[in-house]
Design a protein around this ligand. Structure first.
Ligand code: ADP
Ligand code: MG
Length: 624
Protein backbone atom coordinates (compact mmCIF):
# COMPACT_ATOMS: atom_id res chain seq x y z
CA UNK A 1 0.00 0.00 0.00
CA UNK A 2 1.46 3.35 -0.99
CA UNK A 3 0.92 6.42 1.16
CA UNK A 4 0.16 9.72 -0.54
CA UNK A 5 2.86 12.22 0.20
CA UNK A 6 1.82 15.78 0.80
CA UNK A 7 4.47 18.47 0.72
CA UNK A 8 4.40 21.97 2.19
CA UNK A 9 3.11 24.52 -0.30
CA UNK A 10 6.02 25.92 -2.25
CA UNK A 11 8.41 23.15 -1.23
CA UNK A 12 9.26 20.32 -3.51
CA UNK A 13 9.12 16.92 -1.87
CA UNK A 14 12.61 15.46 -1.53
CA UNK A 15 12.69 12.33 -3.65
CA UNK A 16 15.80 11.06 -1.86
CA UNK A 17 14.47 11.33 1.63
CA UNK A 18 15.04 7.95 3.13
CA UNK A 19 15.41 6.57 6.61
CA UNK A 20 18.69 5.04 7.68
CA UNK A 21 17.91 1.46 8.56
CA UNK A 22 20.55 -1.14 9.36
CA UNK A 23 20.82 -4.86 9.86
CA UNK A 24 22.91 -6.15 12.74
CA UNK A 25 24.34 -9.65 13.14
CA UNK A 26 25.08 -9.88 16.86
CA UNK A 27 27.33 -12.93 16.69
CA UNK A 28 29.04 -15.10 19.28
CA UNK A 29 32.49 -14.42 17.81
CA UNK A 30 31.96 -11.45 15.49
CA UNK A 31 29.27 -8.84 15.00
CA UNK A 32 28.55 -6.78 11.90
CA UNK A 33 26.34 -3.95 10.72
CA UNK A 34 25.06 -3.65 7.17
CA UNK A 35 22.80 -1.33 5.23
CA UNK A 36 21.23 -1.04 1.81
CA UNK A 37 22.83 1.73 -0.24
CA UNK A 38 21.69 2.47 -3.76
CA UNK A 39 19.73 -0.74 -3.75
CA UNK A 40 22.67 -2.93 -2.71
CA UNK A 41 23.19 -4.38 0.77
CA UNK A 42 26.72 -3.97 2.09
CA UNK A 43 28.54 -4.37 5.37
CA UNK A 44 29.86 -1.14 6.84
CA UNK A 45 33.58 -1.02 7.66
CA UNK A 46 35.16 0.73 10.65
CA UNK A 47 37.72 3.51 10.25
CA UNK A 48 40.42 0.90 9.52
CA UNK A 49 38.32 -0.74 6.82
CA UNK A 50 37.36 -3.83 8.85
CA UNK A 51 33.75 -5.02 8.70
CA UNK A 52 33.98 -7.65 11.46
CA UNK A 53 33.82 -6.43 15.04
CA UNK A 54 35.03 -9.07 17.52
CA UNK A 55 32.21 -9.59 20.02
CA UNK A 56 34.51 -8.90 22.96
CA UNK A 57 34.24 -6.24 25.68
CA UNK A 58 36.86 -5.48 28.30
CA UNK A 59 36.18 -3.49 31.47
CA UNK A 60 38.98 -1.49 33.09
CA UNK A 61 39.57 0.86 36.01
CA UNK A 62 42.38 3.38 36.35
CA UNK A 63 44.32 4.36 39.45
CA UNK A 64 41.73 7.00 40.33
CA UNK A 65 39.02 4.34 40.18
CA UNK A 66 37.39 5.63 37.00
CA UNK A 67 36.04 2.86 34.83
CA UNK A 68 36.24 2.51 31.08
CA UNK A 69 35.91 -0.19 28.47
CA UNK A 70 37.44 -1.47 25.29
CA UNK A 71 35.33 -3.03 22.58
CA UNK A 72 36.24 -5.22 19.61
CA UNK A 73 39.83 -5.69 18.41
CA UNK A 74 41.32 -3.77 21.33
CA UNK A 75 39.51 -6.00 23.79
CA UNK A 76 40.44 -9.12 21.84
CA UNK A 77 44.13 -8.23 22.05
CA UNK A 78 43.85 -7.70 25.80
CA UNK A 79 42.10 -11.00 26.36
CA UNK A 80 45.21 -12.91 27.34
CA UNK A 81 46.56 -10.29 29.68
CA UNK A 82 43.25 -9.61 31.45
CA UNK A 83 40.98 -12.64 30.99
CA UNK A 84 38.81 -11.99 34.08
CA UNK A 85 37.61 -8.64 32.79
CA UNK A 86 37.47 -9.42 29.10
CA UNK A 87 34.13 -10.87 28.11
CA UNK A 88 33.95 -12.94 24.93
CA UNK A 89 31.01 -15.04 23.69
CA UNK A 90 28.55 -13.07 25.81
CA UNK A 91 25.83 -14.28 23.45
CA UNK A 92 25.92 -17.63 25.25
CA UNK A 93 24.84 -15.88 28.47
CA UNK A 94 21.92 -13.87 27.09
CA UNK A 95 18.66 -14.59 28.88
CA UNK A 96 20.22 -17.52 30.72
CA UNK A 97 20.37 -18.52 34.35
CA UNK A 98 23.54 -20.01 35.78
CA UNK A 99 22.18 -23.54 35.54
CA UNK A 100 21.49 -23.11 31.82
CA UNK A 101 25.11 -22.38 30.93
CA UNK A 102 26.80 -25.65 30.12
CA UNK A 103 30.21 -24.13 29.40
CA UNK A 104 30.47 -22.10 32.60
CA UNK A 105 33.39 -24.14 33.94
CA UNK A 106 35.58 -23.21 30.96
CA UNK A 107 34.86 -19.49 31.07
CA UNK A 108 37.85 -17.38 32.15
CA UNK A 109 35.60 -14.80 33.80
CA UNK A 110 33.46 -15.22 36.89
CA UNK A 111 29.71 -15.56 36.64
CA UNK A 112 27.33 -14.53 39.39
CA UNK A 113 24.07 -16.36 39.90
CA UNK A 114 21.18 -13.92 39.61
CA UNK A 115 17.48 -14.53 39.42
CA UNK A 116 16.60 -14.67 35.75
CA UNK A 117 19.95 -13.99 34.12
CA UNK A 118 23.56 -14.42 35.23
CA UNK A 119 25.90 -11.46 35.60
CA UNK A 120 29.66 -11.23 35.06
CA UNK A 121 31.94 -10.00 37.83
CA UNK A 122 34.38 -7.37 36.53
CA UNK A 123 36.62 -4.66 37.98
CA UNK A 124 33.96 -2.19 36.93
CA UNK A 125 31.29 -4.05 38.89
CA UNK A 126 28.71 -6.64 37.98
CA UNK A 127 27.79 -6.54 34.31
CA UNK A 128 24.68 -8.09 32.88
CA UNK A 129 24.99 -9.87 29.50
CA UNK A 130 22.42 -7.32 28.32
CA UNK A 131 24.76 -4.42 29.17
CA UNK A 132 27.76 -6.14 27.61
CA UNK A 133 25.86 -6.84 24.38
CA UNK A 134 24.64 -3.23 24.42
CA UNK A 135 28.29 -2.09 24.22
CA UNK A 136 28.74 -4.08 21.04
CA UNK A 137 25.45 -2.88 19.57
CA UNK A 138 26.22 0.75 20.39
CA UNK A 139 29.63 0.47 18.70
CA UNK A 140 27.92 -0.75 15.52
CA UNK A 141 25.28 1.96 15.78
CA UNK A 142 27.96 4.68 16.00
CA UNK A 143 29.72 3.10 13.03
CA UNK A 144 26.54 3.39 10.97
CA UNK A 145 25.85 6.93 12.13
CA UNK A 146 29.40 8.00 11.24
CA UNK A 147 29.09 6.36 7.84
CA UNK A 148 25.82 8.06 6.95
CA UNK A 149 26.25 11.19 9.04
CA UNK A 150 22.70 10.59 10.15
CA UNK A 151 20.80 9.04 13.04
CA UNK A 152 19.89 5.41 12.66
CA UNK A 153 16.13 5.20 12.29
CA UNK A 154 15.96 1.55 13.24
CA UNK A 155 17.62 -1.83 13.07
CA UNK A 156 16.78 -5.42 12.37
CA UNK A 157 18.81 -7.63 14.70
CA UNK A 158 19.33 -11.31 14.08
CA UNK A 159 19.10 -14.10 16.65
CA UNK A 160 19.57 -17.87 16.31
CA UNK A 161 16.37 -19.65 15.29
CA UNK A 162 16.39 -21.61 18.54
CA UNK A 163 16.52 -18.49 20.78
CA UNK A 164 13.56 -18.58 23.14
CA UNK A 165 11.50 -15.71 24.52
CA UNK A 166 13.97 -14.90 27.29
CA UNK A 167 16.95 -14.76 24.92
CA UNK A 168 15.03 -12.66 22.39
CA UNK A 169 13.83 -10.30 25.08
CA UNK A 170 17.39 -9.93 26.38
CA UNK A 171 18.56 -9.07 22.86
CA UNK A 172 15.82 -6.47 22.53
CA UNK A 173 16.69 -5.02 25.92
CA UNK A 174 20.34 -4.73 24.88
CA UNK A 175 19.32 -2.85 21.74
CA UNK A 176 17.18 -0.49 23.75
CA UNK A 177 20.08 0.14 26.10
CA UNK A 178 22.22 0.96 23.07
CA UNK A 179 19.63 3.49 21.92
CA UNK A 180 18.57 1.41 18.96
CA UNK A 181 14.99 1.26 17.76
CA UNK A 182 14.43 -2.41 16.99
CA UNK A 183 12.35 -2.75 13.86
CA UNK A 184 12.30 -6.50 14.30
CA UNK A 185 14.31 -9.46 15.48
CA UNK A 186 14.65 -12.08 12.77
CA UNK A 187 16.15 -15.53 12.77
CA UNK A 188 19.72 -15.83 11.48
CA UNK A 189 18.95 -18.57 8.93
CA UNK A 190 15.99 -16.56 7.66
CA UNK A 191 18.27 -13.54 7.20
CA UNK A 192 20.78 -15.66 5.28
CA UNK A 193 18.02 -16.94 3.01
CA UNK A 194 16.84 -13.39 2.40
CA UNK A 195 20.36 -12.26 1.51
CA UNK A 196 20.37 -14.87 -1.25
CA UNK A 197 16.97 -13.70 -2.41
CA UNK A 198 15.47 -17.07 -1.64
CA UNK A 199 12.32 -15.30 -0.50
CA UNK A 200 11.68 -14.83 -4.21
CA UNK A 201 12.74 -18.35 -5.09
CA UNK A 202 10.50 -21.29 -5.73
CA UNK A 203 8.58 -22.66 -2.77
CA UNK A 204 10.13 -25.55 -0.94
CA UNK A 205 12.66 -26.61 1.64
CA UNK A 206 16.05 -24.96 2.20
CA UNK A 207 18.89 -25.91 4.52
CA UNK A 208 21.03 -23.25 6.18
CA UNK A 209 24.39 -24.63 7.37
CA UNK A 210 26.06 -22.16 9.76
CA UNK A 211 29.52 -23.00 11.10
CA UNK A 212 30.82 -20.02 13.11
CA UNK A 213 33.61 -19.59 15.64
CA UNK A 214 32.21 -21.61 18.52
CA UNK A 215 28.85 -22.92 17.36
CA UNK A 216 27.32 -24.97 14.61
CA UNK A 217 23.68 -24.37 13.66
CA UNK A 218 21.68 -26.19 11.05
CA UNK A 219 18.20 -24.92 10.19
CA UNK A 220 15.63 -26.29 7.82
CA UNK A 221 13.37 -23.58 6.43
CA UNK A 222 10.29 -24.01 4.34
CA UNK A 223 9.35 -21.21 1.98
CA UNK A 224 5.71 -20.84 1.10
CA UNK A 225 4.08 -17.71 -0.29
CA UNK A 226 7.18 -15.66 0.42
CA UNK A 227 7.18 -16.66 4.09
CA UNK A 228 9.89 -18.72 5.76
CA UNK A 229 8.86 -21.18 8.38
CA UNK A 230 11.55 -22.71 10.57
CA UNK A 231 10.76 -26.41 10.23
CA UNK A 232 13.56 -27.67 12.42
CA UNK A 233 16.76 -26.51 14.04
CA UNK A 234 19.72 -28.46 15.32
CA UNK A 235 23.46 -28.31 15.63
CA UNK A 236 26.09 -28.30 18.33
CA UNK A 237 26.61 -25.30 20.59
CA UNK A 238 30.16 -26.46 21.34
CA UNK A 239 31.50 -27.02 17.83
CA UNK A 240 32.99 -24.34 15.60
CA UNK A 241 36.08 -22.88 13.98
CA UNK A 242 37.82 -22.72 17.38
CA UNK A 243 37.77 -26.53 17.50
CA UNK A 244 39.57 -26.66 14.15
CA UNK A 245 42.24 -24.38 15.63
CA UNK A 246 42.60 -26.63 18.69
CA UNK A 247 42.78 -29.78 16.58
CA UNK A 248 45.56 -28.21 14.55
CA UNK A 249 47.48 -27.19 17.69
CA UNK A 250 47.23 -30.71 19.09
CA UNK A 251 48.62 -32.09 15.87
CA UNK A 252 51.46 -29.53 15.81
CA UNK A 253 52.42 -30.42 19.38
CA UNK A 254 52.72 -34.08 18.46
CA UNK A 255 54.73 -33.22 15.35
CA UNK A 256 57.04 -30.92 17.27
CA UNK A 257 57.39 -33.42 20.11
CA UNK A 258 56.11 -30.94 22.71
CA UNK A 259 54.03 -31.95 25.73
CA UNK A 260 51.03 -29.72 26.36
CA UNK A 261 51.79 -29.49 30.10
CA UNK A 262 55.14 -27.81 29.46
CA UNK A 263 53.47 -24.85 27.78
CA UNK A 264 52.71 -21.53 29.39
CA UNK A 265 49.38 -19.81 28.89
CA UNK A 266 51.18 -17.43 26.52
CA UNK A 267 52.57 -20.37 24.51
CA UNK A 268 49.10 -21.85 24.14
CA UNK A 269 47.68 -18.53 22.99
CA UNK A 270 50.52 -18.09 20.49
CA UNK A 271 49.93 -21.59 19.11
CA UNK A 272 46.20 -21.02 18.81
CA UNK A 273 46.75 -17.71 17.07
CA UNK A 274 49.21 -19.29 14.63
CA UNK A 275 46.83 -22.19 14.03
CA UNK A 276 43.96 -19.86 13.26
CA UNK A 277 46.04 -17.85 10.81
CA UNK A 278 47.31 -21.04 9.19
CA UNK A 279 43.78 -22.47 8.94
CA UNK A 280 42.42 -19.32 7.33
CA UNK A 281 45.29 -19.22 4.79
CA UNK A 282 44.73 -22.86 3.91
CA UNK A 283 41.23 -21.95 2.74
CA UNK A 284 42.93 -20.20 -0.17
CA UNK A 285 46.22 -22.06 -0.72
CA UNK A 286 47.49 -25.65 -0.59
CA UNK A 287 50.34 -25.15 1.78
CA UNK A 288 51.46 -22.50 4.23
CA UNK A 289 54.19 -21.96 6.82
CA UNK A 290 53.12 -22.65 10.40
CA UNK A 291 55.15 -20.51 12.71
CA UNK A 292 54.78 -19.80 16.42
CA UNK A 293 57.32 -18.33 18.78
CA UNK A 294 57.06 -19.97 22.20
CA UNK A 295 58.80 -19.06 25.42
CA UNK A 296 61.46 -21.74 24.99
CA UNK A 297 61.39 -22.60 21.30
CA UNK A 298 60.09 -21.60 17.93
CA UNK A 299 57.83 -24.01 16.12
CA UNK A 300 58.06 -23.79 12.38
CA UNK A 301 57.23 -26.06 9.45
CA UNK A 302 55.23 -26.30 6.27
CA UNK A 303 51.60 -27.17 6.67
CA UNK A 304 49.72 -28.88 3.85
CA UNK A 305 46.00 -28.46 3.27
CA UNK A 306 45.63 -32.23 3.00
CA UNK A 307 47.14 -32.73 6.49
CA UNK A 308 44.90 -30.07 7.98
CA UNK A 309 41.91 -31.68 6.34
CA UNK A 310 42.85 -35.08 7.72
CA UNK A 311 43.27 -33.91 11.33
CA UNK A 312 39.92 -32.10 11.29
CA UNK A 313 37.86 -34.60 9.29
CA UNK A 314 36.18 -35.84 12.48
CA UNK A 315 34.90 -32.34 13.27
CA UNK A 316 33.43 -31.91 9.79
CA UNK A 317 31.77 -35.32 10.14
CA UNK A 318 30.21 -34.25 13.43
CA UNK A 319 28.47 -31.34 11.70
CA UNK A 320 27.03 -33.74 9.13
CA UNK A 321 25.74 -36.04 11.85
CA UNK A 322 23.85 -33.06 13.30
CA UNK A 323 22.47 -32.24 9.84
CA UNK A 324 21.24 -35.82 9.46
CA UNK A 325 19.52 -35.66 12.85
CA UNK A 326 17.88 -32.33 12.02
CA UNK A 327 16.50 -33.71 8.75
CA UNK A 328 15.13 -36.68 10.67
CA UNK A 329 13.42 -34.32 13.14
CA UNK A 330 11.89 -32.53 10.18
CA UNK A 331 10.81 -35.85 8.63
CA UNK A 332 12.60 -34.87 5.44
CA UNK A 333 15.03 -36.65 3.16
CA UNK A 334 18.10 -34.78 1.95
CA UNK A 335 16.85 -35.07 -1.63
CA UNK A 336 13.84 -32.96 -0.59
CA UNK A 337 16.14 -30.01 0.15
CA UNK A 338 16.20 -27.78 -2.88
CA UNK A 339 18.83 -25.30 -1.81
CA UNK A 340 21.68 -25.14 0.71
CA UNK A 341 23.12 -21.89 2.06
CA UNK A 342 26.53 -21.70 3.74
CA UNK A 343 26.88 -19.25 6.61
CA UNK A 344 29.71 -18.54 9.07
CA UNK A 345 33.40 -17.85 8.56
CA UNK A 346 34.29 -21.52 8.98
CA UNK A 347 32.39 -22.51 5.85
CA UNK A 348 35.23 -20.88 3.91
CA UNK A 349 37.20 -24.08 4.50
CA UNK A 350 37.15 -26.04 1.24
CA UNK A 351 36.84 -29.39 3.01
CA UNK A 352 33.65 -28.17 4.69
CA UNK A 353 32.23 -27.01 1.37
CA UNK A 354 33.07 -30.33 -0.26
CA UNK A 355 31.58 -32.34 2.59
CA UNK A 356 28.32 -30.37 2.55
CA UNK A 357 28.04 -30.56 -1.24
CA UNK A 358 28.59 -34.30 -1.28
CA UNK A 359 26.14 -34.82 1.60
CA UNK A 360 23.30 -32.99 -0.14
CA UNK A 361 24.36 -34.01 -3.63
CA UNK A 362 24.32 -30.39 -4.76
CA UNK A 363 26.59 -27.36 -4.65
CA UNK A 364 25.76 -24.95 -1.84
CA UNK A 365 25.22 -21.24 -2.40
CA UNK A 366 28.49 -19.50 -1.57
CA UNK A 367 28.74 -16.37 -3.71
CA UNK A 368 28.12 -14.07 -0.74
CA UNK A 369 30.68 -13.77 2.06
CA UNK A 370 29.65 -16.42 4.58
CA UNK A 371 30.49 -14.22 7.56
CA UNK A 372 28.52 -11.30 6.12
CA UNK A 373 25.43 -13.01 4.75
CA UNK A 374 23.34 -12.82 7.95
CA UNK A 375 23.99 -9.08 8.36
CA UNK A 376 23.24 -8.49 4.68
CA UNK A 377 19.88 -10.25 4.92
CA UNK A 378 19.06 -8.27 8.08
CA UNK A 379 19.89 -5.03 6.21
CA UNK A 380 17.55 -5.95 3.37
CA UNK A 381 14.71 -6.61 5.74
CA UNK A 382 15.46 -3.43 7.74
CA UNK A 383 15.31 -1.45 4.53
CA UNK A 384 11.90 -2.90 3.75
CA UNK A 385 10.56 -2.36 7.26
CA UNK A 386 11.71 1.26 7.25
CA UNK A 387 9.66 1.76 4.10
CA UNK A 388 12.64 2.51 1.85
CA UNK A 389 12.22 -0.25 -0.66
CA UNK A 390 10.18 0.61 -3.68
CA UNK A 391 9.29 -2.99 -4.39
CA UNK A 392 6.23 -4.83 -3.23
CA UNK A 393 5.77 -5.00 0.51
CA UNK A 394 7.41 -8.28 1.18
CA UNK A 395 5.99 -9.90 4.23
CA UNK A 396 8.65 -11.13 6.57
CA UNK A 397 6.99 -13.50 8.87
CA UNK A 398 8.20 -15.87 11.46
CA UNK A 399 6.30 -18.48 13.34
CA UNK A 400 5.73 -19.46 16.96
CA UNK A 401 7.71 -22.61 17.77
CA UNK A 402 5.39 -23.95 20.53
CA UNK A 403 1.70 -23.38 21.20
CA UNK A 404 0.64 -20.83 23.80
CA UNK A 405 -2.37 -21.20 26.03
CA UNK A 406 -3.78 -20.89 29.53
CA UNK A 407 -4.57 -23.29 32.31
CA UNK A 408 -8.24 -24.11 32.81
CA UNK A 409 -9.95 -26.10 35.54
CA UNK A 410 -8.55 -29.52 36.18
CA UNK A 411 -4.99 -28.66 35.16
CA UNK A 412 -5.87 -28.66 31.46
CA UNK A 413 -4.37 -26.42 28.82
CA UNK A 414 -6.62 -24.44 26.55
CA UNK A 415 -4.48 -23.58 23.53
CA UNK A 416 -5.07 -20.07 22.27
CA UNK A 417 -2.24 -19.55 19.79
CA UNK A 418 -1.36 -22.74 17.94
CA UNK A 419 2.21 -23.70 17.13
CA UNK A 420 3.50 -22.46 13.76
CA UNK A 421 1.09 -19.54 13.79
CA UNK A 422 2.80 -16.73 11.87
CA UNK A 423 3.59 -13.62 13.87
CA UNK A 424 2.66 -10.90 14.61
CA UNK A 425 -0.70 -12.21 15.72
CA UNK A 426 -3.50 -11.61 18.20
CA UNK A 427 -5.94 -14.33 19.21
CA UNK A 428 -8.66 -14.35 21.84
CA UNK A 429 -10.97 -16.71 23.62
CA UNK A 430 -13.75 -16.24 26.17
CA UNK A 431 -13.72 -17.86 29.58
CA UNK A 432 -16.04 -17.71 32.55
CA UNK A 433 -16.09 -18.06 36.32
CA UNK A 434 -16.39 -21.34 38.11
CA UNK A 435 -18.05 -20.37 41.37
CA UNK A 436 -20.95 -18.15 42.33
CA UNK A 437 -19.78 -14.72 43.39
CA UNK A 438 -16.24 -15.30 42.14
CA UNK A 439 -14.56 -11.87 41.90
CA UNK A 440 -11.04 -12.86 40.84
CA UNK A 441 -9.58 -15.15 38.22
CA UNK A 442 -6.08 -16.59 38.31
CA UNK A 443 -4.53 -16.86 34.86
CA UNK A 444 -1.64 -19.15 34.18
CA UNK A 445 0.07 -18.76 30.80
CA UNK A 446 1.77 -21.89 29.48
CA UNK A 447 3.70 -23.00 26.42
CA UNK A 448 3.73 -26.48 24.90
CA UNK A 449 1.85 -29.04 22.88
CA UNK A 450 0.57 -31.27 25.66
CA UNK A 451 -2.96 -31.21 27.09
CA UNK A 452 -1.93 -31.18 30.73
CA UNK A 453 -0.40 -28.12 32.36
CA UNK A 454 2.01 -30.35 34.23
CA UNK A 455 3.57 -31.39 30.90
CA UNK A 456 3.93 -27.86 29.54
CA UNK A 457 6.19 -25.00 30.50
CA UNK A 458 4.87 -22.28 32.76
CA UNK A 459 5.49 -18.80 31.32
CA UNK A 460 3.65 -16.44 33.64
CA UNK A 461 0.84 -16.05 36.13
CA UNK A 462 -1.38 -13.06 36.78
CA UNK A 463 -4.76 -12.26 38.27
CA UNK A 464 -7.84 -10.47 37.10
CA UNK A 465 -9.50 -8.85 40.13
CA UNK A 466 -12.62 -6.79 40.60
CA UNK A 467 -15.01 -8.97 38.62
CA UNK A 468 -18.53 -8.03 39.84
CA UNK A 469 -20.06 -10.94 41.78
CA UNK A 470 -22.24 -13.04 39.50
CA UNK A 471 -23.49 -16.61 39.41
CA UNK A 472 -20.97 -19.12 38.15
CA UNK A 473 -20.74 -19.08 34.37
CA UNK A 474 -22.30 -15.63 33.91
CA UNK A 475 -19.11 -13.58 33.65
CA UNK A 476 -17.58 -13.35 30.21
CA UNK A 477 -13.82 -12.90 30.36
CA UNK A 478 -12.00 -12.39 27.11
CA UNK A 479 -8.39 -13.52 27.22
CA UNK A 480 -6.29 -12.11 24.38
CA UNK A 481 -2.82 -13.27 23.40
CA UNK A 482 -0.81 -10.80 21.36
CA UNK A 483 2.53 -11.86 19.91
CA UNK A 484 4.48 -9.01 18.37
CA UNK A 485 6.79 -9.22 15.38
CA UNK A 486 9.70 -10.22 17.63
CA UNK A 487 7.85 -13.17 19.10
CA UNK A 488 7.22 -11.47 22.43
CA UNK A 489 3.97 -12.21 24.18
CA UNK A 490 1.43 -10.01 25.97
CA UNK A 491 -1.64 -11.55 27.57
CA UNK A 492 -4.67 -9.57 28.66
CA UNK A 493 -7.92 -10.58 30.37
CA UNK A 494 -10.99 -8.37 30.31
CA UNK A 495 -14.39 -8.94 31.89
CA UNK A 496 -16.70 -7.82 29.13
CA UNK A 497 -19.61 -6.60 31.26
CA UNK A 498 -17.74 -4.37 33.70
CA UNK A 499 -14.66 -3.68 31.60
CA UNK A 500 -12.22 -4.63 34.39
CA UNK A 501 -8.95 -5.66 32.81
CA UNK A 502 -5.54 -7.07 33.69
CA UNK A 503 -2.58 -7.74 31.44
CA UNK A 504 0.95 -9.05 31.59
CA UNK A 505 4.02 -8.89 29.39
CA UNK A 506 5.51 -12.33 29.39
CA UNK A 507 9.21 -12.04 30.03
CA UNK A 508 10.18 -15.50 31.15
CA UNK A 509 13.32 -15.62 33.24
CA UNK A 510 14.57 -18.94 32.01
CA UNK A 511 14.67 -20.09 28.46
CA UNK A 512 14.03 -23.33 26.70
CA UNK A 513 16.97 -24.82 24.86
CA UNK A 514 16.41 -26.08 21.35
CA UNK A 515 16.72 -29.62 22.69
CA UNK A 516 13.92 -28.92 25.12
CA UNK A 517 11.68 -27.55 22.38
CA UNK A 518 12.46 -30.60 20.27
CA UNK A 519 11.73 -32.88 23.20
CA UNK A 520 8.45 -31.16 24.03
CA UNK A 521 7.33 -31.48 20.43
CA UNK A 522 8.42 -35.09 20.26
CA UNK A 523 6.55 -35.81 23.49
CA UNK A 524 3.39 -34.26 22.13
CA UNK A 525 3.47 -36.39 19.00
CA UNK A 526 4.06 -39.63 20.81
CA UNK A 527 1.56 -38.98 23.58
CA UNK A 528 -1.44 -37.56 21.75
CA UNK A 529 -3.56 -40.62 22.59
CA UNK A 530 -2.58 -40.61 26.21
CA UNK A 531 -3.27 -36.87 26.35
CA UNK A 532 -6.78 -37.31 24.99
CA UNK A 533 -7.60 -39.78 27.74
CA UNK A 534 -6.04 -37.55 30.34
CA UNK A 535 -8.05 -34.62 29.03
CA UNK A 536 -11.34 -36.56 29.13
CA UNK A 537 -10.60 -37.63 32.69
CA UNK A 538 -9.66 -34.14 33.82
CA UNK A 539 -12.77 -32.70 32.21
CA UNK A 540 -14.99 -35.31 33.87
CA UNK A 541 -13.41 -34.47 37.22
CA UNK A 542 -14.06 -30.78 36.72
CA UNK A 543 -17.73 -31.61 36.02
CA UNK A 544 -17.84 -33.78 39.10
CA UNK A 545 -16.37 -31.08 41.32
CA UNK A 546 -18.70 -28.45 39.93
CA UNK A 547 -21.72 -30.72 40.51
CA UNK A 548 -20.65 -31.64 44.04
CA UNK A 549 -19.97 -28.02 44.93
CA UNK A 550 -23.32 -26.84 43.60
CA UNK A 551 -25.20 -29.62 45.43
CA UNK A 552 -23.39 -28.94 48.68
CA UNK A 553 -24.15 -25.24 48.61
CA UNK A 554 -27.78 -25.95 47.71
CA UNK A 555 -28.05 -28.34 50.67
CA UNK A 556 -26.50 -25.78 52.98
CA UNK A 557 -29.11 -23.23 51.97
CA UNK A 558 -32.29 -25.24 51.44
CA UNK A 559 -31.97 -28.74 52.91
CA UNK A 560 -35.26 -28.21 54.73
CA UNK A 561 -37.08 -28.57 51.40
CA UNK A 562 -36.18 -32.28 51.30
CA UNK A 563 -37.86 -35.27 52.85
CA UNK A 564 -35.56 -37.64 54.77
CA UNK A 565 -35.60 -40.17 51.92
CA UNK A 566 -34.82 -37.50 49.35
CA UNK A 567 -31.92 -36.26 51.47
CA UNK A 568 -30.50 -39.79 51.88
CA UNK A 569 -30.84 -40.39 48.16
CA UNK A 570 -28.90 -37.25 47.33
CA UNK A 571 -26.24 -38.09 49.93
CA UNK A 572 -25.85 -41.54 48.41
CA UNK A 573 -25.50 -40.11 44.87
CA UNK A 574 -22.94 -37.58 46.09
CA UNK A 575 -20.93 -40.25 47.86
CA UNK A 576 -21.00 -42.42 44.74
CA UNK A 577 -19.79 -39.53 42.61
CA UNK A 578 -17.08 -38.57 45.08
CA UNK A 579 -15.84 -42.18 45.05
CA UNK A 580 -15.62 -42.61 41.25
CA UNK A 581 -14.12 -39.13 40.91
CA UNK A 582 -10.96 -40.48 42.53
CA UNK A 583 -10.78 -43.36 40.05
CA UNK A 584 -9.33 -43.09 36.56
CA UNK A 585 -12.45 -43.80 34.50
CA UNK A 586 -13.91 -40.76 32.78
CA UNK A 587 -17.04 -42.62 31.63
CA UNK A 588 -17.90 -43.76 35.19
CA UNK A 589 -17.47 -40.22 36.49
CA UNK A 590 -19.70 -38.82 33.76
CA UNK A 591 -22.39 -41.42 34.55
CA UNK A 592 -22.27 -40.52 38.25
CA UNK A 593 -22.49 -36.79 37.42
CA UNK A 594 -25.59 -37.51 35.34
CA UNK A 595 -27.13 -39.61 38.09
CA UNK A 596 -26.64 -36.85 40.65
CA UNK A 597 -28.02 -34.24 38.25
CA UNK A 598 -31.05 -36.42 37.71
CA UNK A 599 -31.48 -37.17 41.43
CA UNK A 600 -31.49 -33.46 42.32
CA UNK A 601 -33.93 -32.25 39.66
CA UNK A 602 -36.91 -32.02 42.06
CA UNK A 603 -34.76 -30.34 44.69
CA UNK A 604 -33.63 -27.75 42.14
CA UNK A 605 -37.20 -27.06 41.10
CA UNK A 606 -38.22 -26.63 44.73
CA UNK A 607 -35.35 -24.20 45.33
CA UNK A 608 -36.29 -22.18 42.32
CA UNK A 609 -39.88 -21.83 43.55
CA UNK A 610 -38.69 -20.74 46.97
CA UNK A 611 -36.32 -18.23 45.35
CA UNK A 612 -39.14 -16.69 43.35
CA UNK A 613 -41.41 -16.56 46.41
CA UNK A 614 -38.69 -14.82 48.43
CA UNK A 615 -37.98 -12.36 45.66
CA UNK A 616 -41.63 -11.45 45.43
CA UNK A 617 -42.29 -11.32 49.15
CA UNK A 618 -43.42 -7.92 50.29
CA UNK A 619 -43.42 -6.42 46.81
CA UNK A 620 -46.32 -5.68 44.57
CA UNK A 621 -46.24 -6.61 40.93
CA UNK A 622 -45.53 -3.06 39.80
CA UNK A 623 -42.18 -2.88 41.57
CA UNK A 624 -40.91 -6.25 40.47
P1 ADP B 1 30.12 -16.34 14.74
O1 ADP B 1 28.90 -16.53 13.93
O2 ADP B 1 30.30 -17.41 15.78
O3 ADP B 1 30.23 -14.98 15.33
P2 ADP B 1 31.85 -16.18 12.34
O4 ADP B 1 30.84 -16.52 11.33
O5 ADP B 1 32.40 -14.80 12.32
O6 ADP B 1 31.41 -16.58 13.81
O7 ADP B 1 33.04 -17.23 12.17
C1 ADP B 1 34.24 -17.12 12.86
C2 ADP B 1 35.08 -18.32 12.54
O8 ADP B 1 35.35 -18.36 11.12
C3 ADP B 1 36.43 -18.31 13.22
O9 ADP B 1 36.70 -19.59 13.76
C4 ADP B 1 37.40 -18.03 12.07
O10 ADP B 1 38.68 -18.60 12.28
C5 ADP B 1 36.70 -18.69 10.92
N1 ADP B 1 37.15 -18.18 9.63
C6 ADP B 1 37.13 -16.92 9.17
N2 ADP B 1 37.70 -16.85 7.96
C7 ADP B 1 38.11 -18.10 7.63
C8 ADP B 1 38.80 -18.68 6.52
N3 ADP B 1 39.18 -17.94 5.50
N4 ADP B 1 39.04 -20.01 6.54
C9 ADP B 1 38.67 -20.76 7.60
N5 ADP B 1 38.03 -20.28 8.68
C10 ADP B 1 37.77 -18.96 8.71
MG1 MG C 1 27.11 -16.16 13.02
Amino acid sequence: MALLQISEPGQAPDPHQRRTAVGIDLGTTHSLVASVRNGVAECLPDAQGRVLLPSVVRYLTDAAGATSRQIGFEALEAQLQDPQNTIASVKRLMGRGLRDIASRAQLPYELIDKPGMVAVKTVAGEKSPVEISAEILATLRYRAEDTFDDDVFGAVITVPAYFDDAQRQATKDAAQLAGINVLRLINEPTAAAIAYGLDNASEGVYAIYDLGGGTFDISILRLSQGVFEVVATGGDSALGGDDYDRALVDWVLVKAGLAADTLTAGDKAALLQAARGCKESLSATDSVAFSARLSRATVQFDMKAADFEAVTAGLTQRTLAAVRKCLRDAHLGKDEVQGVVLVGGSTRMPQVRRAVASFFGREALTNLNPDEVVALGAAISANQLAGNSSGADLLLLDVIPLSLGIETMGGLVERIVPRNQTIPTAMAQDFTTYQDGQTALALHVVQGERDLVADCRSLARFELRGIPPMVAGAARIRVTFTVDADGLLNVSAKEQGSGVEARIDVKPSYGLSDEEIARMLQDSFSTAQQDMQARALAEARVDADRMLLATRSALAADADLLTTEEATDIDRLMAALAAVREGGDAALIEAAVKALAHGTENFAAGRMNRGIRLALAGKNIATV
